[in-house]
Design a protein around this ligand. Structure first.
Ligand code: NAG
Ligand code: NAG
Ligand code: NAG
Length: 332
């Protein structure tokens, strides 16, 4: 943390990387509020976080000294103080493409912005308009989305593949991302971190579907992610508006993730090609459940299920990201 900088709140948007349990509160199959999810969380509680313990939302909030656990906005039991220090609007399996959230019954990105407007009105009541302005001006905003647009939409269903090749689908998604960030800026966000796509081809599910006999990283997925990331990075750079000022930072998670997967031992991992839950090759959400066998020692695993990293993997990546980006985004 830069000296003398305090961050009043952390606010998150996007998909299951940052979802703190919003999907528990409306009908969808994409959930994580049953064991073995949360196996290593406080009290071994399955809260709807899509991993074995804390998500990057919690880990980042803790590192920037906001709080230890970030609540899901839709949780009806949030205390006022918890509301004031930030919430997550993220919803597992949403995407930039509205079709993705429709396929998966997740909260569309634009609806998450609407929820954020309602949140601002609640803050007005709780702390008044001036303090709300202060909170918005100084808080850290996280945005992580796009993986599901490829993994469980473009590469799974024929609809978008017929309409778009990969470069034009990337352009379509990036125009959506750009609109999202502009709207977020209009609503008052100033310090915004947008995550790149991870190395989606190395997710156990992509290896199983498209990695061939040896379940290698699916190169077509990773190529799409790299192309998307390059375009997103330059688009976000163009959004560094001065009036009112905003700092939009593109956070590359693709490179550190691939580095760990290529050199697992250097980071204390043994198994990086399957998750800890079940066979580890296909199980995610409702397929990873109380009947699934879990691995004997989770600290050897990069992936928790066939989509999501373990808390240990998230911690390594988050520490790396904060070192690189925190000064830049908080220097506003
Ligand atoms: C931080 O605050 C302290 C006390 O107000 C002050 O002495 C110091 O110069 C500040 N440091 C920076 C880098 O602004
Ligand atoms: C928030 O930032 C805007 C734009 O820089 C500024 O006009 C406004 O006074 C700030 N609000 C507070 C409460 O600091
Ligand atoms: C789990 O694995 C880690 C790292 O390889 C090791 O340090 C630890 O002792 C193991 N724990 C158990 C219970 O075997």
């Amino acid at each position: 943390m830069p000296e003398n900088v305090t961050v009043p709140a952390l606010i998150a948007f996007g998909d299951s990387i940052l979802d703190q349990g919003n999907n528990n509160y409306f009908p969808t199959f994409i959930r994580a509020n049953f064991p073995p999810y949360g196996m290593n969380f406080l009290g071994a509680r399955a809260t709807g976080r899509f991993t074995n313990a804390k998500t990057p939302t919690d880990l980042i909030a803790e590192k920037i000294k906001v709080k230890e656990y970030v609540p899901a906005y839709l949780n009806p039991f949030i205390q006022d103080q918890d509301m004031i220090t930030g919430v997550s609007f993220a919803s597992g399996a949403t995407g930039l493409d509205p079709l993705t959230s429709r396929i998966n019954s997740a909260i569309p990105m634009m609806d998450q912005l609407q929820m954020f407007s309602n949140y601002i009105r609640k803050l007005h009541v709780l702390v008044g308009k001036v303090e709300t302005g202060n909170i918005l001006n100084n808080s850290l905003f996280l945005v992580a989305t796009g993986s599901d647009d490829f993994v469980d939409n473009y590469f799974t269903y024929p609809i978008r593949k017929v309409q778009y090749d990969i470069p034009s689908y990337c352009n379509y998604l990036i125009s959506k991302a750009s609109t999202f960030v502009k709207e977020l800026h209009k609503l008052g966000a100033r310090r915004v971190v947008v995550f790149s796509l991870p190395a989606i081809g190395c997710m156990p599910t992509s290896r199983t579907l498209s990695g061939g006999k040896y379940r290698s990283c699916a190169s077509i997925y990773n190529k799409a992610a790299k192309f998307f990331n390059k375009k997103l990075s330059s688009e976000l750079y163009s959004l560094r508006f001065r009036n009112p000022p905003v700092k939009v930072v593109f956070a590359d998670i693709y490179t550190p993730m691939l580095e760990i997967i290529k050199n697992p031992q250097s980071y204390g991992f043994e198994i990086v090609d399957r998750g800890c839950c079940g066979t580890g090759e296909v199980e995610v959400s409702w397929m990873c459940n109380a009947l699934s066998r879990t691995c004997s020692n989770i600290s050897n695993y990069f992936f928790w299920d066939s989509f999501h990293p373990t808390e240990k993997a998230y911690k390594i990546i988050v520490d790396h990201l904060l070192q690189i980006y925190v000064n830049d985004v908080l220097s506003l």
